[in-house]
Design a protein around this ligand. Sequence first.
Ligand code: URA
Length: 416
Amino acid sequence: MLKLIEKKKRGKALSDQELHEMMAAYVRHQIPDYQMSAFLMAVWFQGMDMAETLALCDAMIQSGATLDLSGISGVKCDKHSSGGVGDKTTLVLAPLVSACGATVAKMSGRGLGHTGGTIDKLESIPGLRTDLDPETFYHQAKTIHLVISAQNSQLVPADGMLYALRDVSGTVDSMPLIAASIMSKKIAAGCDAILLDVKYGEGAFMHDRAQAEALSQCMEEIGRQFGRDVKCVLSDMNMPLGNAIGNILEVKEAISTLRGNGPQALQALCEDEGSIMLMQAKLAASYPEGKAMIRAAMQDGRGLRRFREMVKAQGGDVSCIDDPSRFASAPFIFTVNSSCDGEVRMIHALAIGTLAMELGAGRQSLHDTIDPRVGIVLLCHKDMKVCRGDPIAQVHAASPLDQQWLDRLQKAIEIR
Ligand code: URA
């Protein structure tokens, strides 16, 4: 391992065999995390070329089982986001697309850095299991047409281990590591059609559109090599998506959106991406038709019913879906008011995501447990006029807040 770290540190490409041996040894716990962290940092600085990124992705796939979904009729669809703040899109989009007739079988991740993760959000539903073995995953995809699992000791274990390590070693925002992480899960889960939401902006790992385009091209190429239909949508992550940031708070917002009462930006993104997925699944002949199908599944409650079925199948307490007031709530709920008159110019996603992580909505070190109850609910939006003293955010916290944290929240919501 030391030789491989040295090689990468000096900017040389690792061979296919070296990467396969490294991933196989890592999942057998034969490489310590401190050496793997050093390797990840070397990749962060030196990058990887396309052949090396493909080899890393394949080595991660080969670290566990791969699923064959060919026994399920129709096009099997998957979706993944490169990570953002307040991004609960999967919780809304996956059930809607499934309710429109597609099978959505998806492997998701936990929160990374200041961004949230679908698995942490789903696990905030009492009892819900995300550690599904390949047989359970397949059975649920076949019977309910909607399943969301985490990486685990059987499915892409290398990604599960690397993902947790990257989160706490400052190595998340590396293009080859993101591409291999996302695509290893997508290929191993066995879907034919994959929609990737590649986010750019201050709250994303790719800070500008050009970087997001490069990441998209890299993931499309991996998809091509594995014979999958990959489409990418680039979306803005300079501001949080929707109003809620934090696990239970986001699940509640996803339920409202499935009831047709969600924030406009979230609903529009789900219609856009849902329509593309329905075209990939050959269920919609055109983009407007796909959008209309998604809207209808939202309006008549089919999406919410499908979400409820998935929660039930994965052992979750459906009474929380029927009545979201049953979710646990944080012991301290504070309203933050505007300190001046003016207009909301910007809501800074990176600052809001970091503040939510510090409340306990995300992890700062490997063994941190998250508090599903905590987070921030925005009560204002860009361009809104506010007066001094108007409420601009609600904070859900496990303990009283210090003034410095509150000052940073005031700064994150820029009013002039
Ligand atoms: N999502 C993933 O699954 N992996 C990453 O590295 C980033 C976002």
